[in-house]
Design a protein around this ligand. Sequence first.
Ligand code: SF4
Ligand code: MSK
Length: 635
Amino acid sequence: MKEKSVDKATVKMLQVAKQERLETIWDRWEAQQPQCGFGQLGLCCRICNMGPCRIDPFGKGPQRGVCGADADTFTARHLARMVAAGTAAHSDHGRDVAHTLLLAAEGKGGYRIKDPVKLRKVAAEFGIGTDSKSDAEIAKALAHKVLAEFGQQEGELTFAHRAPKARQELWRRLGIMPRGIDREVVETMHRTTMGVDTDYYNIILQAMRTALADGWGGSMISTELQDILFGTPTPIRSRVNLGVLKRDEVNVVVHGHEPLLSEMLVAASRDPELQQLARQKGAKGITIAGICCTANEILMRHGIPIAGNFLQQELALATGAVDAMIVDVQCIMPALVSLSQCFHTKLIATSPKAKFPNVEFVEFKEEHAIDSAKEILRIAIENFPKREPRRTQIPDESMDLIAGFTTESVFRFLGGRYRATFRPLNDAIIDGRLRGAVGVVGCNNPNTPHDWGHLTLTQELLKNDVLVVTSGCSAIADAKCGLLRPEAAYKYAGPGLREICEAVGIPPVLHVGACVDNSRILTTLAEIVSEGGLGEDFAKLPVAGSAPEWMSEKAVAIGFYFVASGALVHFNTPFPVLGSPKMYKLLTEDLEKIVGGKFLFEPDPIKAARAILAHLDRKRAELKLREPMYTPVYA
Ligand code: SF4
Ligand code: MSK
């Protein structure tokens, strides 16, 4: 089982699954081997009904589709559509949050403004006067302005103005400054339909504009408005892994992405009446635990424990200890339906956007949020007595962690309580104690041993004095391994990074939240640039990003907005573009001359880490910074 995962709880549960003959994602992945070579190379097209068409990678068979499209067009169109889908997912999330802000302003649904300071700051960015206005008035005006940016036809997204001036100018020059969020997604879908945009370079420019509408639009809107509604996180302790499930309590696992429901479930779980009902049913209490990004959201704001990351969703059910799994949208495996039927577990769908055949559906309406949350919890509690103790196998593994770092809290930590500034971070990079900073983010994928890519790459960076920030399922992988504890600095960090972690009491890996919170990394980079001393644009900074176990189209959108913002971004397995040498070269070489960022595809996490370190050193040399203070371990 070790080749499937490096996480002990996962290995144990895979053994349980085998004994109980439960099918998991790894079984289905194996059953799919060998996967379609045309698909992997990006050489199939099924955009219109003259197809599906495919191109022979060996040059013997057809080199064009029926319409005449070649490998460059095939791969560019497909990739751009992945970006559009990922952007749509993050941005639709943002739209729901903006709608909820409007409800909060109107006093509906039980939502309140928890961060009025951020409300005023963001409102000012959107040109809303805040003097002598109530929070509700400001929130209403802000919600309307934000919602308008989804359908905006011309102009520029407000948050894009957070980027350094030089970067904004570059985006304008290249014609990739995002105009409206939905507009960019729609235009990408249009341009990639049959008989429209054929020029692979032009398609990729539009893919970048679409991705920028995600990072500096939909995702940033999600993050900022969630902070306003639910509170900007501050560092908080909690625990992670399947061992957080309890034998003697009602276990409710929330899975998906949007915190609108899970926030209310957390509130409802504290309701004395429901607590009493749980006791009546023989449970000692109610445990809420999360999977995937919804887990990160409620962890950051409430310290709610995390049960696991993407590849552990089935294994949580296989414990037999989950009384209800509540799902909303994104990263929810359809396989949960049949697996939940092998146990007493109630799988409950809540979003009209994501229904599952034969699965109980309790519509979550933001207008009646707290009532919906109570109804769902009641179902879970009523289900507790049906749990079969004989089939309940909860692994012992769990680990403590600190999560909840944001652009604002990094600011406070590094600058000291009374001196909120990025100066110490910039100085640490300038004087070489820190070699640079890298965001390691993203999913799991059964094509890579679970968590191995994240942990190997992250540990290699840490020992070379690189500060790592993390989000999504990568953050959960790090947490399970103990990397989100301050004491991890002693074991894993190089001398320069260790010195900083000791001085400020932070872990060497900073958890910044869910996938949409990668936007926090963008705003942090903007703060670093404006603090000064490291150049006037992102592309100058010794920073990079990595998604070492990616699977989702959302990861492609994230990768593209970081590259379009000027960063080197590593993915383990390449995008489906290998069938077009021109596209591969564009993504891995030429883009750097155009936007300052580019992609690096490398399946080996150690080799990837070393390539990233070489990149950081190159950036340091270009800035004429002194050599890193400590001898590189990798040299
Ligand atoms: Fe084939 Fe062209 Fe239609 Fe694609 S768009 S399926 S290549 S005919
Ligand atoms: S949940 S998108 S598997 S990180 Fe955001 Fe994890 Fe990737 Fe889903």
